[in-house]
Design a protein around this ligand. Structure first.
Ligand SMILES: Cc1cc2nc3c(=O)[nH]c(=O)nc-3n(C[C@H](O)[C@H](O)[C@H](O)COP(=O)(O)OP(=O)(O)OC[C@H]3O[C@@H](n4cnc5c(N)ncnc54)[C@H](O)[C@@H]3O)c2cc1C
Length: 467
């Protein structure tokens, strides 16, 4: 069972401690709303991207609906208000589908839908005046060891065999790659234009404002403790709901009966002070491309609208799925991310890191997103993005809104639909499994970066642990 000792639900928080919340145009405050409604058509649990996109498309498609969102803290408190800001045209699980003969066609459809989703986020942000610094500069994945080059080039060829063009995915030889990103090591990079950068908190707060203007009610500081067909229970009493959507991602086990659905995995981030032009001349990212590299334990970065480098890395898991509402800047896992950043960009030696924070993301047992709505119980969910949900939550919200409204569309049968994960193992197996994945991945990455050779032993152990 989960430890609720540091559970954000215990005392609602108006900030999540991130650089993004710190740079919102207006400070985030918890709106103390009116009494709860007795009854609604649709109750959505969680005001992150998933809950808000679902509400957005529902109210757009049927303005007569009475929709309420119940949020334990404030809009965007979770991963949506603290992520790396990659609005990416890819999601967990798709590459695996492309590699499998039987799932390839469905994988290609999903990938094309994800490409379109990046543009959909940009289009809606513009249409609804959400100033979230959306800039579509694509993304670079840098080869950090010479032997990664062949695998990455083969991956590009595979995309081309599947019908994607050089305009969708291409290999940049070392000289071109170094012009675009002055990171060390850099043995060349893959590039795809299907990714945009955003200011995550501006997007989620903007969406909150927009859905409210369209008539959706948001009840902040209102954790949902239980959901059963036709009713939710909150800390402020019960509400009847014809339909219920769970959009709680890494916090899902805070609802009774939902334990072991989603594993909360932490990712940590830092942001530098605004960097002078001569530093950016060296670093590159002139088109505001996002960047990562070829190691197993993901790293990710972006140039912010105000000229900082925001950089993060997947970090850890706490025994018993313990959740931490806010991660302080002096957390050792945040310090490790800063170390990583400085080793990739020695030019930052005279420049300060001004912010450090972290957050949790939801990982389902099968490590890929799912969307489901059961017409019989009136209960549905979307999530399980495993740290890649900025764009995916928009597609999931669109799919879910069609299912709630019993409409068929060209996305209602995409592979995420009803692709339900199993439950996570009880502790201590869960903790041991995640620790093993992390340990083997770290070891393999370090070996490869230091030796320039493939890590056969650690690499194989990592693959086996990840399943
Ligand atoms: C540090 C970090 C970096 C990331 N970087 C990227 C990236 O660059 N690109 C990318 O695609 N993805 C990234 N992700 C993942 C991405 O942010 C998430 O996949 C996405 O935001 C999930 O949105 P969501 O609405 O499903 O969940 P969340 O944003 O977590 O929202 C869930 C909401 O539910 C509320 N809640 C929880 N329990 C209850 C309850 N019982 N009752 C009521 N409300 C409740 C929470 O307070 C929260 O506001 C990152 C995640 C982290 C943590």
């Amino acid at each position: 069972m989960v430890s609720h000792a540091s559970d954000p639900q215990n005392s609602p928080m108006s900030s999540n401690g991130s650089f993004w919340f710190d740079t919102l145009p207006e400070p985030s405050v918890i709106e103390r709303s009116d009494a709860l409604p007795a009854e609604v058509d649709v109750a959505i649990i969680g005001a992150g991207y998933t809950g808000l996109w679902t509400a957005y498309y529902l109210i757009e498609k049927d303005p007569s609906l009475n929709i309420a969102i119940f949020e334990a803290n404030t809009v965007g408190f979770g991963a949506s208000g603290r992520n790396g800001g990659w609005c990416m045209g890819l999601a967990w699980g798709i590459e695996g589908m492309l590699a499998s003969e039987s799932k390839r066609e469905a994988g290609v459809r999903l990938l094309r839908a994800m490409h379109d989703t990046v543009d959909e986020v940009g289009r809606i942000s513009q249409r609804e005046n959400i100033e979230c610094h959306f800039a579509k500069g694509g993304t670079l994945e840098v080869a950090i060891a010479p032997f990664h080059v062949k695998t990455m080039q083969e991956q590009m060829s595979h995309f081309h065999e599947l019908g994607f063009s050089e305009d969708d995915y291409r290999w940049l030889p070392p000289a071109d790659a170094r012009k675009r990103i002055g990171m060390t090591p850099n043995h060349g990079a893959t590039f795809t234009p299907h990714c945009a950068v955003i200011h995550p908190a501006r997007l989620v707060k903007g969406l909150g404002r927009v859905v409210q203007q369209k008539g959706v009610k948001i009840y902040e500081g209102t954790p949902v403790t239980e959901m059963v067909p036709g009713r939710i229970e909150t800390n402020r009493g019960g509400v009847k709901a014809r339909k219920i959507i769970r959009a709680t991602e890494g916090y899902t086990d805070s609802i009774k009966g939902q334990e072991r659905q989603m594993l909360p995995l932490y990712s940590m981030m830092v942001a530098t002070e605004p960097l002078p032009d001569h530093v950016w001349d060296e670093i590159g990212l002139a088109d505001r491309e996002t960047f990562g590299d070829s190691r197993r334990i993901t790293i990710y970065g972006q140039k912010t609208d105000d000229g900082r480098l925001a950089f993060g890395g997947r970090a850890g898991y706490y025994f018993g799925s313990k959740r931490r509402g806010i991660i302080p800047a002096d957390d050792p896992m945040v310090a490790r991310v800063e170390e990583n950043l400085r080793s990739l960009f020695p030019i930052l030696k005279d420049h300060q890191v001004t912010h450090g924070w972290g957050g949790l993301m939801g990982v389902p047992r099968h490590w890929r997103p799912s969307v489901a709505f059961d017409q019989a119980t009136g209960i549905g969910h979307a999530g399980g993005y495993t740290g890649e949900g900025v764009a995916a939550s928009n597609l999931a919200g669109r799919i879910l809104s069609d299912h709630v409204l019993e409409r068929e569309s060209d996305i209602t049968d995409l592979a995420w639909v009803d692709d339900m994960p199993g439950k996570w193992e009880p502790e201590p197996l869960r903790w041991l499994g995640v620790k093993a994945i992390q340990h083997f991945g770290d070891k393999a990455d370090r070996f490869e970066m230091e030796s320039g050779k493939p890590s056969k032993v650690w690499g194989r152990l990592f693959g086996t642990a990840l399943g």
